[in-house]
Design a protein around this ligand. Structure first.
Ligand SMILES: [Ca+2]
Ligand SMILES: [Ca+2]
Ligand SMILES: [Ca+2]
Length: 414
């Protein structure tokens, strides 16, 4: 039982690790800083510095195969009468991105924008210093729905293949802001993973509107927090309204089939999904939570995955989260080390319906059956990922319409 499950998640782990990686090609081309900082991009008249780029045959350059225009179609602009429409193709052999040479006004605290995608996917916002230090926000978007993103710049994380000499995003060094569809990277992954994501190939459109570099702070949803007498690393409290988790599905009918961004799921931040509490501090449940809805087939496992690459978690001691299932389910909370050693905590079916508070010592998580670890312990400084897995299929529990609500995910630090 657990064996099958672990095998499938090894595949998933590789894939999700690849999401932000892909070595050199994942890094966006370097743009030359333009004079003057711009605080607002309304896309009423022109692309305002945004250009389609691609990496093809190892070369960065303007992407003649993509289209970029201001659209005035009524249904396609979110704010005002124009929006930026970026048409591109997801295909092996090319990684594509939408990039602007951009300076950030002094005193900027947050980035805000509206975005819409023709396909459910994970997009990556990238804000880059001139020496190449790349700060990123991965976020999920459903198909054909405008999504509003507001994120504090100090909540962006250094990209997996990037580094920064001083560990902070220096506004006066920023010269590039970009957007990338993770699908353009996934279809370039080698072997089985590339094959498993072949479904993602094809033409897509991304619409962008009302991009602002704002002096206002957004609601704090992640990062180091001291509150309620606790010192913690907040993974997500969902108060900013942004979905930073990746949905995935594994079907094990005839062999294992892996599907990332499966078409029949809904993933939304909403007040109805908030855990018990008043959200009075960043660590208290309440306010908003994440609702993950899907119709589970008998041989299907669904999961939500969140990267924790490049976070300073060496002092992490305990894992806290609130989760609520709509029906009896086996939920595995999985924490993975950089070398893919996988530790888990199981929420048994009888304890899964309604709000459950998980508050467990990392040392009490157990190594997955199919997983190995050279030292037999979960090392906090090696943590790269957390996942919530509806593994009910492994117990033969009946499938059907299911919701998983999630809130107040954090690691307590020493
Ligand atoms: Ca820096
Ligand atoms: Ca919340
Ligand atoms: Ca270890």
């Amino acid at each position: 039982m657990a064996g099958r499950e672990s095998n499938s998640w090894t595949v998933c782990g590789l894939l999700v690790a690849g999401l932000l990686a892909l070595g050199g090609p994942a890094r966006l081309p370097q743009a030359q800083a333009q004079d003057g900082a711009r605080a607002a991009y309304d896309f009423e008249t022109d692309a305002q510095g945004f250009t389609a780029f691609s990496v093809k045959d190892g070369n960065f350059g303007p992407d003649g195969d993509s289209t970029l225009k201001v659209t005035r179609e009524k249904a396609e602009a979110k704010v005002g009468s124009g929006a930026l429409a970026y048409g591109y193709k997801v295909e092996p052999g090319a990684i594509r991105a939408l990039i602007a040479e951009a300076r950030v006004p002094a005193g900027t605290h947050s980035v805000r924008f509206w975005v819409r995608s023709s396909a459910a996917t994970q997009l990556l916002l990238s804000v880059r210093e001139q020496d190449g230090s790349d700060y990123q926000l991965p976020f999920y978007v459903p198909a054909f729905e405008w999504v509003q993103v507001a994120v504090n710049l100090d909540e962006l994380a250094v990209g997996q293949d990037s580094s920064d000499e001083n560990g902070k995003l220096d506004l006066d060094q920023v010269n590039t802001v970009g957007f990338l569809d993770l699908a353009t990277m996934l279809v370039n992954l080698p072997g089985d993973i590339g094959k498993a994501t072949a479904r993602l190939q094809g033409p897509r459109t991304l619409w962008l509107d009302d991009l602002q570099l704002s002096k206002e702070r957004a609601a704090k949803a992640s990062g180091p927090v001291q509150a309620d007498g606790k010192h913690a690393y907040l993974v997500d409290n969902f108060e900013a309204g942004v979905v930073k988790w990746t949905p995935a599905r594994v079907t094990f009918a005839e062999g294992l089939a892996f599907d990332i961004f499966p078409a029949n799921v809904a993933l939304k931040v909403q007040p109805e999904a908030a855990g018990p509490g008043m959200a009075r501090t960043p660590l208290e449940a309440g306010g908003k939570g994440l609702r993950f809805s899907y119709k589970r087939g008998e041989k299907e496992v669904y999961a939500l995955v969140h990267t924790l690459e490049k976070r300073a978690l060496g002092q992490a001691e305990r894992l806290h989260l609130n989760v609520s299932m709509s029906q009896k389910s086996l939920v595995l909370v999985q924490v993975k080390e950089k070398d893919d050693s996988e530790y888990q905590y199981a929420i048994q079916p009888d304890n899964s319906v309604g709000w459950q508070e998980v508050n467990v010592a990392l040392s009490d998580l157990t190594l997955g059956d199919q997983s190995k670890d050279e030292n037999g312990k979960l090392d906090p400084d090696q943590i790269k990922e957390i996942a919530l897995v509806d593994a009910s299929a492994l117990l033969g529990l009946p499938g059907g319409d299911t919701t998983m609500d999630l809130d107040a995910v954090y690691l307590l630090l020493k």
